[in-house]
Write a new protein. Structure first.
Length: 267
């Protein structure tokens, strides 16, 4: 029996020229901006135009592109190697806002002709803006080419033991190095969402906090000083907080060393 496993990730520009269209794809998603067209497309155009210059500067410091595709492909290769000790598996990578996207990946999966499909988002915490959006986009791509196979969807894993333990293991080294300059404050930084998205029932913030609680519980640090904060605010809406920038400034005023830990989706 052949099984196709699809790893979903946000995606990122593969060149500086791709920054603006990547941002446009992101903000035209109705799961991100919940307005009807053509207003949503106009807003996506405005945001991507205004943010592309600053974003290009950031990506230029990263070598002119996002490393997310290469890193995700490494995960896919490692997972495929492990799974093939158990059976016949092929792992595909599907990005939401830049290549390779679901339309192309679905065609590749159809060519592979698996007996079943497993959808595995690399978003540990569920959100309508990530997991749900990726699933909806995948379903649409499969419908276009009549790809109909038994499919299992993995929702989320905010407190999965190995996920939490891996964070704790990496944090310990950074924590004790920072402790040479004083008692550190750990900033668990996650991508933000508008408050109205969370108020509408999106469980993302709650699951991020569950992830952080799980990490802190096994961190083996007495009376750990930490904060959960959020980054990447955009537009006029009020976003969940506190912001990562505010928490970094507060730590500076308090005169404490900081350890910044990403715990949720970033691009």
């Amino acid at each position: 029996m052949k099984t196709a496993v699809i790893l979903f990730n946000l995606g990122g520009p593969d060149s500086l020229k791709a920054v603006r269209p990547f941002l446009f794809n992101l903000f035209k998603d109705p799961a991100i901006i919940t307005l009807a067209n053509p207003i949503r497309l106009l807003i996506a155009w405005l945001i991507s135009s205004r943010r592309s210059g600053k974003a290009k500067g950031i990506y230029a410091q990263m070598g002119g592109k996002s490393p997310i595709l290469e890193l995700t492909q490494q995960q896919a290769n490692a997972l495929e190697e492990r799974l093939n000790k158990l059976g016949n598996y092929k792992v595909f990578v599907s990005m939401r806002y830049w290549h390779p996207m679901s339309d192309v990946v679905a065609k590749n999966v159809a060519q592979y002709d698996p007996d079943k499909i497993i959808l595995l988002p690399l978003y540990p915490q569920y959100s309508t803006t990530t997991t749900a959006s990726s699933f909806a986009n995948w379903d649409k791509a499969c419908e276009k080419i009549a790809l109909k196979k038994p499919t299992s969807k993995i929702c989320c894993y905010p407190t999965e033991h190995n996920f939490v333990a891996a964070h704790a293991r990496l944090i310990r080294d950074a924590y004790w190095k920072a402790a040479e300059a004083g008692k550190p404050r750990i900033l668990f930084s996650a991508h933000g969402l508008p408050e109205k998205t969370v108020a509408g029932g999106d469980p993302y913030q709650f699951q991020v906090e569950k992830t952080v609680a799980g990490i802190v519980q096994i961190l083996s640090v007495d009376q750990v000083d930490y904060s959960v904060c959020y980054q990447s605010r955009v537009g006029p809406l009020k976003w969940i907080g506190p912001s990562t920038e505010e928490e970094i400034e507060r730590a500076g005023k308090d005169g404490v060393p900081i350890v910044v830990v990403p715990v949720a989706f970033v691009s």
